[in-house]
Write a protein that binds this ligand. Structure first.
Ligand SMILES: Cc1ncc(COP(=O)(O)O)c(C=O)c1O
Length: 435
């Protein structure tokens, strides 16, 4: 196949189709092809001589060190192409190709982004028009809900069970929407499905392969793009991790978002988008028009790190982060067994950073956690922040096992048990007073 056959313009909103590059192609071409000897007055680059840095050194915990100097230092302090620092882009391309082996690789491209949050935001900005519907998993990562709010999007929730999004629910929701669209010509069909397939935030589910394949087929049937936001793909605790949507995307309808935030560090702000070229071309213009490129310095640092490790070393490092988080998850589960049995229900998170805990007999936990929890010096995230319908009462709690000291996690679970017992007493007193 020479090109993907779907009409990508159907997914791109009119303002994004009107985007144009910062510089006319003829000027870019002239700058690119002039010889070293030519006098360059066309560019808007400031003078390197006025940059205050002489050298930037990086020392890793394993004792390896490297220095940014000379040409690499200059590049790391200058404007770089919107797609990203070229050696990093090519490293991320090789990595993506080796891990996911996407079909029709030559028809896809990779763009470096400021983490996956920015990528998600830019993709939605490229595709959505005000009021457009979007399919989302429920519960969902709260970071996408805030990106959707300004678009006044209609969120079509697809509920998850212990194995993630349920394909039958997706099909039913689309059938239902189709019927509604026939009755009301103003309504539109959704064009995008947002999904966290591995270690979903906040529920910790990992979608099995058969569900991934079925969801993919449904999206093909209804002409829907899949926004595969997968920052926890290297934090899956059950081997093997199922193949990504990208790895069997024969139609070019997967926009995959990767991130180094959870497996290296979020401060680098490095993520990348892999998608069909007609989509990355417009995304690239969106990024260029907005901030030219993500920070050069962290891209150069990341390139040196990943290049020094190679694919094998990088995967080994990610594995060590995963193993550490798995140990922490198990310690949190032990503490929950000890303190919360009989008060709460939960399932073992398959991946990611969070336990998703349902409190028995307390329909709404927000005030208990945020007001009374604060007095006990403990914080948990109230589940309603992650529900599509955030107005409904919600008895779920999200608890992170990744960062806090295990002894303090144990203390937190003990405090949560106290909070729940006190809350129950409070509710009982309120009922008695009302009678
Ligand atoms: C599901 C999900 N997507 C995206 C992000 C944003 O990550 P990044 O740091 O790559 O922007 C997060 C961060 O918590 C997340 O949980």
């Amino acid at each position: 196949m020479e090109n993907f056959e779907i009409d990508f313009t159907y997914f791109i909103n009119p303002p994004s189709l009107r985007r144009r590059p910062f510089l006319p192609p003829s000027l870019v071409d002239a700058c690119d092809t002039t010889s070293e000897k030519s006098i360059k007055l066309a560019e808007g680059f400031p003078n390197d001589a006025n940059f205050p840095f002489k050298e930037i050194s990086v020392l890793l915990k394993d004792g390896t060190s490297y220095r940014l100097e000379g040409e690499q230092l200059a590049t790391s302090l200058h404007y770089i192409p919107t797609k990203g620092y070229p050696p990093l882009v090519s490293t991320l391309k090789d990595f993506t190709q080796q891990i996911h082996q996407p079909p029709y690789w030559s028809q896809r491209d990779v763009l470096v982004t400021v983490g996956s949050q920015e990528a998600m935001s830019k993709v939605l900005e490229m595709c959505l028009e005000e009021g457009d519907p979007i399919l989302v998993q429920n519960p969902l990562y709260s970071g996408i809900a805030v990106v959707l709010a300004p678009f006044q999007s209609t969120l079509i929730p697809i509920n998850q069970d212990g194995n993630g999004m349920v394909p039958d629910f997706l099909r039913q929701a689309l059938n239902q929407r189709k019927k509604e669209c026939l009755l009301d010509r103003q309504l539109k069909m959704p064009k995008i499905l947002y999904i966290n397939p591995t270690g979903a935030n906040p529920v910790g589910t990992t979608l099995p392969l058969d569900r991934r394949q079925e969801i993919y087929r449904i999206c093909c049937d209804y002409n829907i793009l899949i926004l595969e936001d997968d920052p926890y793909c290297f934090m899956n605790y059950k081997d093997p991790t199922p193949p990504s949507f990208l790895s069997f995307d024969i139609e070019g309808r997967v926009i995959r978002l990767d991130s180094l935030s959870k497996v290296l560090c979020p401060g680098l702000r490095i993520g990348w988008v892999t998608a069909a070229k007609p989509l990355t071309d417009v995304l690239e213009l969106g990024i260029e028009n907005c901030y030219l490129s993500s920070a050069s310095l962290t891209q150069v640092i990341t390139y040196n790190l990943l290049n020094g490790w190679g694919v094998k070393g990088t995967l080994n490092y990610f594995r060590s982060v995963r193993d550490d988080n798995k140990k922490r998850r198990d310690m949190m589960l032990q503490s929950m067994d000890l303190h919360l049995k009989g008060l709460c229900d939960w399932s073992v998170p398959d991946g990611g950073m969070f336990a998703w805990i349902k409190v028995r007999d307390i329909p709404e936990v927000q005030d208990m956690l945020l007001i009374r929890g604060k007095k006990k010096c403990v914080t948990f995230a109230p589940g309603r922040l992650y529900m599509v319908d955030s107005q409904k009462t919600c008895s779920y709690i999200r608890a992170s096992f990744c960062r806090e000291n295990p002894k303090l996690i144990d203390k937190a679970m003990q405090l949560l048990a106290e909070l729940i017992l006190e809350e129950k007493a409070l509710l009982k007193a309120q009922v008695e007073k009302a009678q």
